[in-house]
Write a protein that binds this ligand. Structure first.
Ligand code: E4P
Length: 216
């Protein structure tokens, strides 16, 4: 499973990229707005830190506008994945940009039929939003499993990018359901390593080593 970090904070991205655990980055307009910096500058800097796909989202809602913005974003770096909303215009733009050879991440997916459409439109990634479904008492994991089955039935190569992940349990369940990628806020990625028995065990080993005067 690939891990993407869901943030536009370049400090966090650099810190996590240094671990070697990060395969890409997703941003959205809300995340870039938090940085208070010009959009293109932020995306360019992220693309220099991480060599994998970096999702940058259009803000136009009509086909022509999405194509203009998408082509502009794609010129920032070879690893930009243009993020398009799951609308009819977005799907039409997905087909055009994919045919250009640009990676496309179709975002704001909340149903299996939407995911089917995105795959037919040639999307590189489909982003089902798990946490936002959970917020309205709909099982986000069932959506991931349904998309997995549909994509496998028809051998679509669109990657399932589990998004809107809020907890470590979301990560585990997405992996079990067969998501290709999980995109997570930095705190969720860092939290995955934690276990109280790891901390306790390490404490004991170090105390015993010190008592015995072990030096490596
Ligand atoms: C994914 O690409 C989105 O940026 C993100 O996962 C949205 O997460 P949220 O629902 O926590 O805002």
């Amino acid at each position: 499973m690939k891990f993407f970090v869901d943030t536009a904070d370049t400090g966090d991205i650099a810190e996590l990229a240094a671990t070697g655990l990060i395969d890409g980055v997703t941003t959205n307009p809300s995340l870039v707005a938090k940085s208070g910096r010009p959009f293109a500058d932020v995306i360019k800097e992220i693309c220099e830190i991480v060599s994998g796909p970096v999702s940058a989202e259009v803000v136009a809602t009509d086909y022509d506008g999405m194509i203009t913005e998408g082509r502009k974003l794609a010129k920032i770096a070879d690893n930009v994945a243009v993020k398009l909303p799951l609308t009819l215009d977005g799907l039409k733009a997905c087909r055009t940009l994919s045919d250009d050879g640009t990676m496309v991440n179709v975002t704001l997916c909340f149903s299996a039929n939407q995911a089917l459409l995105a795959a037919k439109a040639g999307a590189t990634f489909i982003s089902p939003f798990i946490g936002r479904l959970d917020d309205i008492n709909v099982d986000g994991m069932e959506l991931i499993s349904d998309i997995r089955q549909i994509y496998d039935n028809y051998l679509f190569d669109t990657e399932i990018l589990a998004a809107s992940i809020r907890t470590a349990n979301h990560v585990k369940l997405s992996a079990l359901a067969g998501a290709d990628v999980a995109t997570m806020p930095p705190a969720v990625i860092k939290g995955l390593v934690k276990h109280p028995l790891t901390d306790k065990g390490l404490e004991t080993f170090l105390a015993d080593a010190e008592k015995a005067g072990i030096k490596v």
